[in-house]
Design a binder for this molecule. Structure first.
Ligand SMILES: [Fe+2]
Ligand SMILES: [Fe+2]
Length: 169
């Protein structure tokens, strides 16, 4: 798959996972809690957003498109780390801290993705055949390492099911 299409598809799933967190935060605000459901969302963040998507960006894409954009890449990598820090608060913090961290994570993630989409779109088409082939191979390798036998369709299915069960809380 073309790397830009792959990134757009990933961003769609990352935003859906972010929406799960927002939905859970709304329930928290209503005094409803389900640690098991929160664990499932955090597992998706870890497996898909961090290991799979950020893995592809940091280990494969950024080294190729970042040669003349060191400052922007440094900001993007720092934002990945900030997202990870906020997820730690969502995991371990008190209820109000969880709610605040989820709000910050949503704002960070939406702005981050808008920034990346513009940047990626601008870079697309400037790679040679070799770079494009290498990216495609690296993306497949990182997808398998992070997702195992699950396809991105399976991940979207899990997101949908989890969304319905959070609504029902
Ligand atoms: Fe990113
Ligand atoms: Fe991204």
């Amino acid at each position: 798959m073309d790397w830009l299409k792959d990134m757009y598809e990933d961003h769609g799933a990352v935003l859906k996972i972010c929406n799960l967190l927002t939905a859970y935060s709304k329930k928290l605000g209503e005094g409803k809690e389900d640690a098991g459901k929160l664990d499932e969302i955090l597992e998706l963040v870890h497996m898909f957003t961090e290991r799979c998507h950020h893995g592809k960006e940091e280990k494969a894409l950024f080294p190729v498109i970042g040669k003349r954009n060191h400052d922007l890449i440094a900001i993007l990598v720092k934002e990945h780390a900030e997202g990870k820090r906020l997820m730690q608060i969502v995991r371990d913090g008190a209820r109000n801290d969880k709610i605040a961290a989820i709000r910050s994570y949503g704002e960070l993630t939406r702005a981050h993705i808008m920034k990346e989409n513009l940047f990626f779109n601008d870079c697309h088409g400037k790679q040679g055949d070799e770079d494009r082939k290498a990216l495609s191979l690296a993306f497949s390798r990182i997808n398998s390492a992070a997702l195992g036998k699950r396809s991105s369709g399976d991940v979207l299915g899990s997101i949908g099911k989890l969304g319905a069960s959070i609504e029902a809380l």
